[in-house]
Ligand binder design. Structure first.
Ligand SMILES: Nc1ncnc2c1ncn2[C@@H]1O[C@H](COP(=O)(O)OP(=O)(O)OP(=O)(O)O)[C@@H](O)[C@H]1O
Length: 282
C-alpha cells in the first residue's frame, strides 16, 4: 500500500459560516398507497458544505428520502425544514436544489448547449442571456468544446457530465444525486467521482449522494449515513475525516482501506449479516 503525503488541501469540514443546517428531515415516514412502508422515523440534518452519502441495501428508502427532500414526493408523517433558505409558496427553498438522476435524461433533439439551457429556459431566461452561465457550467464539467454536439454523439460519461452541468447551471446550494454513476464503467465512474469531488471543493456546494457502493461513498463523502431496510431508517451516521487528498494515491492508502472496512462492516450490520462477536461499526 502506498499513500500520498498529507497536503494542505485535504477534505476538511466546511468553514463555520457554511456549517449551518441546510435541510432537516424531522421524523419522516413514508407509506406508499400500496402499503409499503418506505421510511419510518427518519431524522437527518445536513449542514451547508457537507458531502453526505446515503448508503444502504436495495429498497431501504434512499431514493424515497432524496425525492422527499427534493419536493418530488410527500411525507406521510414528519416534515422537512430549510432553516437557512427562503421558502417558496410550494414549501421548497427558492432555486436552491438540483437533482441528478441515474439516467442523464437529455433531450435528443437539442444540443448540449440547449440541454443545459433547459432549467434556465423554464425560468424564462433566454439562450442569449444564459449564454455565459451555460458555458461556465459546461466548462466546469470539461465539456465547453461540446456545446454544439448532440447527445447521440456523446459517450455515457459525457452525457452524465451534461446532466451535471444542467444541474449546476442554476447555481444551486444543494445538489441531490441518485446513483448517478451506477450505470457507467469503472474507469469512467472513478473519473466522474474525481470531478464531482473537485466541483464540491471548488464551489462549496452541499451534496447528498445516493449510492450502493461502499468504495464510492468512502472515497467521496465527508459523512456517510448508512440506512437499513424494512422499513427504511438510519442505521449509522459517521463523519469521514482524512489528512490525505482524495486522489489515486488515496485509493491505495491504508486509511482508505480501513474506511472501506468500517463502512462495509456497518452496511453488513444494517442488512443483518452475522459479524464476529464484539465487532461494532458505529
Ligand atoms: N412509487 C412507489 N410506489 C410504491 N412503492 C414504492 C414506490 N417507490 C418506492 N417504493 C418502495 O419503497 C421502498 C423503498 O424504495 P426506494 O426506491 O426508496 O429504495 P432505495 O433504497 O432507493 O432502493 P434502490 O437502491 O434499489 O434504488 C421499496 O420497497 C420500493 O419498492
Amino acid at each position: 500500500m502506498t499513500s500520498s503525503p498529507p497536503t494542505e488541501d485535504p477534505i476538511t469540514p466546511p468553514p463555520p459560516e457554511q456549517r449551518r443546517a441546510l435541510v432537516v428531515m424531522k421524523d419522516v415516514s413514508k407509506v406508499f398507497s400500496s402499503g409499503t412502508v418506505a421510511l419510518t422515523g427518519m431524522s437527518l440534518t445536513v449542514n451547508g458544505g457537507e458531502f453526505v452519502s446515503l448508503l444502504g441495501p436495495s429498497g431501504c428508502g434512499k431514493s424515497t428520502a432524496l425525492r422527499i427532500i427534493a419536493g418530488l414526493g410527500d411525507t406521510t408523517t414528519g416534515k422537512i425544514d430549510w432553516p437557512s433558505s427562503r421558502i417558496t409558496a410550494k414549501g421548497l427553498p427558492d432555486g436552491d436544489i438540483s437533482f441528478v438522476f441515474q439516467e442523464p435524461t437529455l433531450m435528443p433533439w437539442a444540443t448540449v448547449f440547449g440541454n443545459v439551457h433547459l432549467p434556465l429556459k423554464l425560468r424564462g431566461i433566454s439562450k442569449h442571456a444564459a449564454h455565459d452561465d451555460i458555458i461556465a457550467a459546461l466548462d466546469r464539467v470539461g465539456l465547453k468544446d461540446f456545446a454544439d454536439a448532440y447527445p447521440r454523439e456523446l459517450s455515457g460519461g459525457m452525457k452524465m457530465r451534461v446532466s451535471i452541468a444542467r444541474a449546476l447551471v442554476t447555481k444551486p446550494k444543494l445538489l441531490l444525486m441518485d446513483e448517478p454513476f451506477a450505470a457507467l464503467d469503472e474507469i469512467t465512474r472513478q473519473k466522474l467521482n474525481d470531478d464531482v469531488l473537485k466541483l464540491w471543493k471548488e464551489t462549496g456546494i452541499t451534496v447528498i449522494f445516493v449510492t450502493h457502493s461502499v468504495f464510492e461513498s468512502a472515497y467521496l463523502s465527508s459523512r456517510i449515513v448508512v440506512m437499513k431496510a424494512r422499513p427504511g431508517r438510519v442505521h449509522a451516521d459517521f463523519p469521514l475525516q482524512t489528512s490525505l487528498d482524495r486522489d489515486a494515491f488515496y485509493r491505495t492508502s491504508e486509511e482508505y482501506r480501513a474506511t472501506c472496512e468500517k463502512v462495509s462492516g456497518s452496511l453488513m450490520e444494517a442488512i443483518g449479516f452475522p459479524l464476529a462477536a464484539g465487532t461494532e461499526f458505529h
